[in-house]
Design a protein around this ligand. Structure first.
Ligand code: IMP
Ligand code: MG
Length: 181
């Protein structure tokens, strides 16, 4: 299966970009303690590298958002599960995501976190596909914006999966967009 993947962003380029983002984020939060919240599971590899580039006091948490889209009814039922109970009130929360696509998942989660009264809430994403957006949403930091026609390909590797596969690839690659079941 791995031989079907073409390299889009090589390992060295990711490392350079993550280091840059780490510096920017460190400056933005200077003197503060950061509450890093990673969206499972796609952000795991990115977050692991990123937090090692932020030499500030920080805590790390994980959150999972599951959504069931009922096409006919046009309804989205979403459940939010935190890895451990995360005190968000008064905290400087940095949400780390893998890909912002339509923005539906992220906007739902942001609204939920806002209700808990964080001191600040910002978003850092590995990939942004702005043309696919259905909800107006702009991440504070983006490692790699991906535009059409590339956004038509499915991205895998460096945490990103297709049916749970390819997360361990050290680079970001593409596979032809899988046909929906
Ligand atoms: P949305 O913004 O609510 O549409 O959800 C975006 C989520 O869909 C991301 O967090 C990914 O988990 C997944 N996703 C979207 N595009 C891709 C892709 O090209 N490769 C892997 N996962 C993707
Ligand atoms: Mg995701």
């Amino acid at each position: 299966m791995r031989d079907q993947v073409s390299v889009l962003i090589p390992e060295e380029q990711i490392a350079r970009r993550v280091a840059e983002l780490g510096e920017q984020i460190t400056q933005a939060y200077a003197g503060r303690e950061v509450c890093v919240l990673g969206l499972m599971k796609g952000s795991l590899v990115f977050m692991a590298d990123l937090i090692r580039r932020i030499p500030l006091d920080l805590t790390v948490h994980l959150v999972r958002v599951t959504s069931q889209r009922e096409q006919a009814a046009g309804r989205v039922m979403t459940e939010i599960v935190f890895s451990t109970s995360v005190p968000l009130e008064g905290r400087d929360v940095l949400l780390v995501d893998d890909i912002v696509d339509t923005g539906i998942t992220l906007s739902y989660l942001l609204a939920h976190i806002h209700e808990h009264g964080p001191a600040s809430l910002r978003v850092c994403t590995l990939v942004d596909k702005p043309e696919a957006r259905k909800i107006d949403l702009h991440p504070d930091w983006t490692a790699f914006p991906v535009h059409e026609p590339l956004a038509d390909r499915f991205l895998v590797g460096y945490g990103l999966d297709w049916m749970e596969r390819f997360r361990g690839l050290p680079f970001i690659g593409t596979i032809p967009r899988p046909t929906p079941p």
